[in-house]
Design a protein around this ligand. Structure first.
Ligand SMILES: Cc1cc2nc3c(=O)[nH]c(=O)nc-3n(C[C@H](O)[C@H](O)[C@H](O)COP(=O)(O)OP(=O)(O)OC[C@H]3O[C@@H](n4cnc5c(N)ncnc54)[C@H](O)[C@@H]3O)c2cc1C
Length: 375
């Protein structure tokens, strides 16, 4: 048995965005928190992430927005370019954390994780790597959690924050499907061209591509390949394939192709979405973040939803006398917002597959307006 035992103790599975921010919020509310993370922490994939306004707002509540802006790249405008290379409009996003800060930030994932991890540890959270959960049983008011190193914890709260393929979700018997949206997404780090001071999105004939700055010197290229089977390419084939697909894009994307050849980091992932339509909790256990609701990356809102989850979870547990009542209130507050976001992202993916990009822009804007509402 471990010292993390009894009332107001929590075990969190997964040290991703959801797990680390939930841990920080719970520790800030007086909980003793331990995280079991299956991977070595330095293994966080090296591509970038866009933290939209709601993500920055949630990070500001944890006192972390300025650290992310300093380490990343602040911006406020999305520029759309249509299939003929013509400007298709600019969206100026609202500054949800006040006029002093930009509307959003691009940031390298390992940098974001370092910031979140440091804050969690600062608040006393214990992060154990190379560890997972193998069994979960509710025992009265406590959860008995068996870990892969053979040790056991008896905690008041178990949080599954272990991503879209969550095994905690399975251990709890919460069923959902992972839905492939017929798209593969690419990310590649490139030197930031000077004109890239916000998000640039280009509609091509067979997909969408664009750029997001993540620091003064680095941007990431994003590209969505439409109507393809889910597949894995050999490592050596990634750069040539990405450069070939980029040929189809108009205007200034042509400047980006040669930069990709020297890219240190090219990743290609299937667009998978999920939404847990049934219960998100069992007894004193709950799943959050991508484990409960994973939108397609086109909305750039998965991280925002994950961070909001952690804040709302700590808030509702603080408001209610029992963990069960707190979890029920958490799920009530989160379900509709997360469902709408996932459904909107799926609709956008469908319009992109049908090459109806202009119809997708209002959906994207509507999704951002919804997310601008308080969590
Ligand atoms: C290509 C791509 C680009 C994206 N771009 C954006 C973007 O720009 N903006 C945005 O907001 N969102 C973006 N998203 C979505 C975003 O990455 C996710 O919504 C977000 O990371 C979810 O956080 P999470 O903590 O729930 O899950 P994850 O980030 O997946 O973290 C889960 C953690 O749990 C660990 N884990 C897994 N299984 C176990 C286990 N059995 N035991 C213990 N630990 C385990 C993992 O190692 C990981 O550390 C993108 C997604 C993809 C695929």
């Amino acid at each position: 048995m471990n010292s993390c035992r009894g009332a107001r103790t929590a075990m969190i599975v997964g040290a991703g965005v959801a797990g680390l921010t939930a841990a920080t919020a719970l520790a800030g509310a007086g909980w003793r928190v331990e995280i079991a993370e299956v991977a070595p922490l330095k293994a966080t994939s090296g591509w970038g992430l866009c933290l939209t306004g709601p993500a920055l707002r949630a990070l500001a509540e944890l006192g972390l927005a300025d650290a992310c802006l300093t380490a990343g790249y602040g911006m406020s405008v999305i520029t759309h370019v249509d299939v003929d290379g013509e400007p298709a409009g600019q969206v100026r996003l609202p500054r949800l954390t006040g006029a002093r800060r930009p509307a959003m930030a691009g940031i390298a994932r390992p940098v974001l994780h370092r910031i979140l991890h440091a804050e969690a540890e600062q608040r006393g959270v214990v992060v154990r790597q190379g560890l997972t959960v193998t069994a979960v049983d509710q025992e009265g008011e406590l959860v008995r959690v068996r870990l892969s190193d053979g040790t056991v914890r008896l905690v008041a709260l178990l949080v599954g924050a272990d991503g879209i393929r969550s095994s905690t979700r399975s251990l709890l018997g919460l069923e959902t499907s992972l839905d492939y949206q017929g798209q593969m997404v690419w990310r590649a780090l490139v030197p930031r061209p000077q004109w890239v001071t916000g998000i640039h999105q280009f509609a091509g004939k067979a997909g969408t591509a664009g750029l997001v700055p993540i620091s003064a010197g680095v941007a990431y290229v994003f590209l969505t390949e439409n109507g393809v089977e889910q597949s894995v390419l050999p490592e050596a084939g990634l750069v040539p394939r990405l450069r070939q697909i980029l040929k189809a894009f108009p205007g200034r994307m042509a400047e980006i192709r040669p930069l990709v050849s020297g890219s240190e980091s090219v990743v290609r992932r299937p667009v998978l979405t999920t939404f847990l339509a049934g219960a998100w909790n069992r007894g004193h256990s709950v799943v959050i973040g991508d484990a409960a609701h994973a939108p397609a990356p086109q909305m750039a809102s998965g991280a925002a939803l994950a961070i909001e989850d952690g804040l709302v979870l700590a808030e509702e547990l603080g408001r209610h006398g029992s963990v069960r009542a707190g979890l029920a209130a958490f799920v009530r507050r989160r379900r509709q917002r997360c469902r709408t976001l996932v459904e909107t992202s799926v609709a956008i993916a469908g319009l992109e597959r049908a090459q109806r990009h202009r119809e997708a822009y209002p959906l994207t804007d509507g999704g951002h307006r919804l997310m601008a509402e308080p969590a």
